[in-house]
Design a protein around this ligand. Structure first.
Ligand code: PMV
Length: 316
């Protein structure tokens, strides 16, 4: 058996929309930061009688199990039955990027158990098939997922921009609500693509955000990166909210936190927010400001976590 530990990543420039649903090819490129502390640990054992999935100590069947074993069928064609035991130390399906760590840990463990030695780029292409965002969790630190142009998707994978130690930032996560989201990301993306009048503008305008964010990462320019990140986030949520029926992940506390972060910025603290498919708020700041940011967020919500840039998946 093989066991891998992987960390989730948070998108700074967002992925929302697929140019190929079957291959999980994105309409836009994206940039992310892999985090430490939050992690998924997954063991894959191909020496068993039948498929079995255990997540956080609970046997899982139905759609979630189907998705995991379908991914194994795809990356290990003709495979033997598999037992998959996975544990995450943070809430799943709450817009905290749990599928990114889950599918990168699963892919890394499964390929090792299957006896395959792959490059990070090859692992990234395979992880992408399970969950798009997982292709960015194959590296630590700062990663760009280039959308690619090949029809087979083999050029649509992560590219490493910088390691975790490149820049001493923190992502301060405010858990507004840890429950599962009502609309999953694939369903949300497909609805947005089919119905939002803003979707075409989202695809037509992402490149400026992408290049500003990439340069911001390389130059360690938090103002440039943060502005591109908030812009990308707001545009993504605008496409969601203008879908039919609309998808709104924001809650009242999410908006109160946006005001609080603007308030911090007006006092000279470099803090910039982002949100994904859930109401939780993630705030990017320099390490020396993280305590102050966490204190401010903690006046609105009960759970606040300070996360540093994290490393790549590892086999244990
Ligand atoms: O790849 P998925 O299905 O986990 O979708 C990720 C979607 C967002 O988290 C909202 C954006 C992103 O780029 O991670």
């Amino acid at each position: 058996m093989a066991t891998a530990i992987a960390h989730p990543n948070i998108a700074l420039v967002k992925y929302w929309g697929k140019r190929d649903r079957e291959l999980n090819l994105p309409s836009t490129s994206s940039i992310s930061l892999t985090l430490d502390k939050f992690q998924t640990r997954t063991r894959v054992d191909l020496g068993v009688e039948m498929d079995l999935l255990v997540i956080n100590g609970r046997t899982v069947t139905g759609g979630e199990a189907f998705r995991v074993f379908e991914h194994l069928d795809l990356i290990l064609p003709g495979r033997r039955p598999a037992q998959v035991v996975s544990e995450s130390n943070f809430p799943a399906a709450a817009g905290l990027a749990s599928s990114s760590s889950a599918f990168s840990a699963l892919t890394v463990a499964a390929m090792a158990e299957g006896g395959h030695e792959l490059t990070p780029e090859e692992l990234s292409v395979l992880a992408r098939r399970g969950s798009g965002s997982a292709c960015r969790s194959i590296w630590g630190g700062w990663v760009e997922w280039r959308r690619g142009s090949e029809p087979d998707g083999n050029d649509s994978h992560g590219v490493h921009l910088a390691p975790p130690e490149h820049w001493d930032v923190r992502m301060v996560v405010a858990v507004v609500h840890g429950g599962r989201k009502k609309v999953g990301s694939t369903e949300g993306m497909l609805r947005t693509m089919a119905t939002s009048p803003m979707y075409a503008a989202w695809v037509a305008s992402y490149e400026r955000d992408l290049s500003q964010a990439r340069q911001g990462v390389l130059d360690k320019d938090l103002g440039a990166l943060g502005a591109a990140m908030e812009r990308s986030t707001l545009k993504m949520h605008a496409t969601m909210m203008t879908s039919d029926p609309p998808i709104r992940y924001w809650r009242g506390a999410s908006v109160a936190l946006m005001d609080a972060i603007e308030g911090l910025r007006s006092k000279g603290v470099g803090a910039w927010w982002t949100m994904d498919a859930g109401p939780n708020m993630k705030v990017l700041c320099e390490a020396h400001d993280a305590g102050r940011v966490a204190h401010t967020l903690g006046t609105f919500v009960q759970q606040v976590e300070i996360l540093a840039p994290g490393g790549p998946p590892r086999l244990v």
